[in-house]
Design a binder for this molecule. Structure first.
Ligand SMILES: [Zn+2]
Length: 92
């Protein structure tokens, strides 16, 4: 819920544009979902999320729209699982 106000024309620059599902899809990056309540976690394929929420959905907000399918809590964190964060050795 909350304000669906479209004030994108009020002078905001593009610099603060959050990463969207479309951005992750372009990079082929999935999303790691973590329930803050029970610790249940899962990796959601990016194409599933784009199909469900649309490519313009800002990534920081998708957790708000999700619900843990283990305990039903809506307190879900959903950071992108950038593959580069875990593996730094392969540098050619
Ligand atoms: Zn849970």
């Amino acid at each position: 819920m909350g304000g669906m106000k479209r004030d994108a024309l009020s002078g905001e620059e593009d610099a603060h544009r959050p990463t969207t599902l479309g951005d992750l899809e372009a990079e082929d990056v999935d999303v790691f979902c973590w329930c803050n309540r029970c610790g249940h976690n899962a990796v959601l394929p990016i194409e599933t999320l784009v199909g469900r929420l649309g490519p313009a959905q800002p990534v920081p907000e998708i957790g708000v729209r999700m619900r843990c399918n283990a305990c039903g809590a809506k307190d879900v964190a959903a950071p992108p699982s950038w593959p580069s964060l875990g593996q730094v050795s392969n540098h050619n």
